[in-house]
Design a protein around this ligand. Sequence first.
Ligand SMILES: Nc1ncnc2c1ncn2[C@@H]1O[C@H](COP(=O)(O)OP(=O)(O)OP(=O)(O)O)[C@@H](O)[C@H]1O
Length: 580
Amino acid sequence: MGRIFSYLKPYKLAVAIALLLMLTELVVELLHPLLMAKIIDEGILTGDLDAVLKWGGIMVLFSFIAFAAGVTNSFFAAHVSQSFGFDIRKGLFGKIQSFSFANFSLFPTSSLITRMTNDVTQIQNTVFMSLRIMLRAPLLVVGGVIMALIVNWQLALFLVIGVPVLFLFLVWVMKKGGALFKAVQEKLDGVNNVMRENLGGIRLIKAFLRKKHEIKRFGHASEELKNQTVNALRLMEITMPILLLIMNGSILAVLWFGTIGVSNGGAQVGEVVAIVNYATRITGALSIFSFIIMAFARAKASAHRITDVLDEEIDLVDKVDVDKEATFLQGGIEFDSVSFRYPNTDIPVLEDISFRAEAGSTVAIMGATGAGKSSLFQLIPRLYDVDKGIIRVDGKDLTDLSLKKLRRQIGYVPQEALLFSGTVKENIAWGKEDASLEEIIQVAKDAQIHETIDRLPKKYETVLGQKGVNLSGGQKQRLSIARALVRKPKILMLDDSTSALDLNTEAKLLAAIKKYQCTMFIVTQKVSTAMEADKILLIEDGRLLEEGSHEKLLATSELYQKIYQSQFGTEVAEHVQAYK
Ligand SMILES: Nc1ncnc2c1ncn2[C@@H]1O[C@H](COP(=O)(O)OP(=O)(O)OP(=O)(O)O)[C@@H](O)[C@H]1O
């Protein structure tokens, strides 16, 4: 909790003002029964109207002060709690942005979303309540007991006994509630997860007629959430009756012994009324307190979930002594006995890979599905670190370069083209924020997507995404390539990103890319694409089986010949062999 509340530091002054205003309200509330006792004892019982008017007038004045303090307090409480929530969300988002994939593997996406939204809202509400009423309730209890002791200490003893017992009980409830509400938030993660998967895969669900299955899955997750919430609330539900039982018992005792006191001269009627009034206010405050306890228990669980993310150690960072200015200009890549396995797994997906890609050359990577092509790719922009071996860029160990500098010079097009909501122009400029319209149009032309964009209703200003135009798979691929090209990268990485393109468009695209003079890595299943490359890497089961030019592999590699035959037919392959 402490870590989270450190986010309140910038709002120290506003918090102090809010607390001061809350105290003003509290003092007025505590003075009310005292003033009432004065009206009864000095005014009503003695028939002195002036005393009634005097004390009544003071009461009205104080009420106005309390009203003004309450309204102003709300303004400050809202400002502080909303800003506090905003800062935590910002902090969480920033932290998640710097997560490595190993960090990500510890937190399911749906859970991160719940933490950023619902969990932050829980503690935000608790801060608002704290500044508005949370401290008021316990202070009202303590103040009420003190004031009752001042009015008549013998009668007030009944409150002195009951209140601490209840206080301890409520602390126990909060501890227990914390654990129960943590489980509630986890079940909420589950519901969010089903929702996320369902909405993301709605086409597949409809095509496979899996609606009923999905409804059942959602129902199951939702029921678990309901059961866990009921379980947590049950604890809270027993709190209130226990609280009322003890406090009403105390009030009865005050009335009983108060009546005896009035008849034998040990107490005055006004005193009894005042103490009963304090007891009623304390009961009200304790009832509010039980709600607050519930909110606090929930906030405690949420705060833990948020600090888990904030305190997560990022494992893929710059070396301490990394040369932040060091940069590379050529883009030559060398893999030196590289082995790699994904975090938290035992099986290596790449083993002892060594090859060189000269700066400005094109390297095609081929291999069966699951061979490790994408995994190899992801090591170059350091999305993961290698387990063994070294990757060098222009002769320098990749880890000696700052991540920022490294990634800034890489244009990466993942296997699945991902566009963001926004215009076509924004999607391309996502690769380089300050890209001019001319640059954007040029890269779109090179990526062979300009003509398509030109036919869109608002051309480069057309909005893409859920509420905008949807593009075909191949169009999305080309837009993603344009986004990578706009960076003018030294290393361009296309992970099967031309799979949806016809041969003619692909050839034009690859020819246009040549002028960028970057080192290009291209994962492909098509021999027609690979044969244009300076070097082809054949990957099988995480190992580099063969490497060389198309001509060399066609002459020496049985596997490559088979792939070639499967795509061009035996006749052509034999003809080529004979020709050689
Ligand atoms: N995030 C991950 N965590 C653990 N294992 C993974 C992860 N991603 C991939 N793998 C495993 O690594 C191996 C290589 O996968 P990779 O995606 O690199 O293959 P690929 O050659 O690119 O396949 P494809 O052509 O189908 O895309 C596979 O066995 C896969 O199960």
